[in-house]
Design a binder for this molecule. Structure first.
Ligand SMILES: Cc1cc2nc3c(=O)[nH]c(=O)nc-3n(C[C@H](O)[C@H](O)[C@H](O)COP(=O)(O)OP(=O)(O)OC[C@H]3O[C@@H](n4cnc5c(N)ncnc54)[C@H](O)[C@@H]3O)c2cc1C
Length: 296
């Protein structure tokens, strides 16, 4: 695919804008899809955990919504970030997108880009992406820093950590991973089969626990727990919290939630990442061993 522009990032890594083609689509859950992107022969320089960005202005189908939103919001619609769900050693580039919902009386505006990427993207469609960047990556000397990486994720927050687990299982043989993933129900869990397969292939190096918050049907088992993320569950899963590195990713309060709460004269209700951070700290993980990435 054609590469159209280069930018120099602060870290001296080149950020490329490139046109890619949707080579395949994998439906992960009812609202989440993985897009496999064909990038031609371009050499893709990215790390597990990096994201790319997509500018909604490139889609003709969104023209009238963008014009309307820019009128009512009074700002230019920004590019949207998507973590890369493939790992650098894999032979394809992929992103995994969850469709945001418009909830009457709750959501201020209908979501713009994610419905198009999830429900209206077809094989062969071309899109321009910019990437790759982001601070949510394992340190280069991760094996010197720890032998246990704990992934605390929710919903599509699993995406960057999934890439990290795949990469580190191959490239960092001394590291074990604990995967703690929160979802409402079993049907909402993305990468379920792939993670189960990785766990079977690496029984001493990967433990997967799915925390289900609103699923009365799926039975509790070694890999399926009920309830929300808590210090108690983390203490059970992380025997030496002072020595582990914890990577937590998922929904958090963003500027819109904070502004809405402020207008009501309230503190915003904690979302997943705020609750997870409190639990991780209470479980005894030092602040400098916790890395966060939020959507919000
Ligand atoms: C680093 C990073 C990585 C990410 N990775 C992923 C990923 O791997 N997969 C994934 O699915 N998502 C990911 N996201 C989220 C993604 O970037 C988008 O935010 C998401 O897809 C929603 O975009 P949208 O255009 O559909 O919705 P938007 O149009 O952005 O709307 C989202 C919400 O914001 C509200 N809103 C928008 N504008 C305003 C306003 N002016 N005032 C008040 N409320 C407003 C809307 O009402 C709605 O509730 C990531 C985000 C970041 C920052």
């Amino acid at each position: 695919m054609s590469e159209t522009r280069f930018h120099e990032s602060g870290s001296r890594r080149r950020i490329k804008e490139m046109e890619v083609m949707v080579a395949d689509l994998k439906v992960e859950t009812q609202d989440t899809v993985t897009l496999i992107l064909f990038t031609g022969n371009d050499h893709l320089e990215y790390k597990a955990g990096h994201f790319l960005t997509i500018d909604p202005h490139q889609f003709e189908a969104l023209d009238r919504f963008i014009t309307f939103f820019e009128d009512v919001k009074g700002t230019t619609e920004p590019t949207r970030a998507y973590s890369i769900s493939s790992a650098p050693h894999e032979r394809y580039l992929a992103i995994t997108v969850k469709e945001e919902r418009y909830v009457s009386g709750v959501t201020k505006y209908p979501p713009l880009l994610s419905p198009l990427l999830v429900k209206r993207t077809t094989r062969g469609m071309r899109l321009v992406i910019t990437g790759f960047t982001g601070p949510y990556v394992l340190p280069d000397d991760v094996e010197q820093q720890t032998d246990h990486v704990v992934h605390v994720v929710a919903g599509s927050g699993a995406v960057p950590n999934f890439a990290m687990v795949k990469w580190a299982l191959v490239h960092c043989p001394s590291i074990c991973h604990t995967w703690v993933c929160s979802n409402k129900g079993w049907q909402d869990v993305i990468f379920r089969e792939e993670l189960a397969q990785l766990e079977r292939e690496n029984p001493s190096r990967l433990r997967v626990v799915n925390l289900l918050t609103r699923d009365p049907v799926t039975p509790v088992s070694q890999g399926v727990w009920k309830g929300r993320i808590s210090a108690a569950s983390l203490k059970e899963l992380v025997p030496d919290p002072r020595a582990a590195l914890v990577y937590a990713c998922g929904p958090a309060n963003g500027p819109h939630e904070r502004a809405a709460a402020q207008a009501r004269g309230e503190e915003p209700q904690p979302r997943f990442l705020e609750s997870a951070l409190a639990a991780i700290r209470e479980a005894g993980v030092p602040g400098d061993r916790i890395k966060l990435e939020s959507w919000g």
